[in-house]
Design a protein around this ligand. Sequence first.
Ligand code: GSY
Length: 159
Amino acid sequence: MVIHKAIVYLGIGSNMGDRQANLDAAVDMLRCMEGIEVKAVSPFYHTAPVGYTEQPDFLNGAVEVETILSPHELLKVCQRIEKKLKRVRTIRWGPRTIDVDILLYNHLVMQDENLVIPHPRMHEREFVLKPLNDIAPHVIHPVYKISIREIYMKTGVKL
Ligand code: GSY
């Protein structure tokens, strides 16, 4: 049987509790997951909240993993990590202990009711692009067909 491995980029963020510890815990949990190998972790950046702005600043980062999991299997893993670390119930768009989002999965472009890849807003989010640019500057966005570095350079004010 041929096992196909995918290179995947995840965005992680936290703005509740010990944000550094939350991101570290999420990365540790990824390292412990069967079928996932963590290849690179970006620096973490303090970022002003985007969208609902009446909430604490975030700490954001990006993680490169190699995986044999399908996109939906990986989504379940991300949700399991979020569930385990999200100890406090919060309002929608409000503060959260941890977010783990699939940004890119190889060159896959897909959309269904549960999952959209590439992440539909990643190209306009400074807090995603800056850490992603640290670990994946030459990766090509499969929809826009330009590199992460080029997308990052095009986005407005730098952090
Ligand atoms: O999944 C995105 C959660 N989120 C963030 C975030 O992670 N960082 C910043 N800076 N703003 C955000 N707004 C939302 S929603």
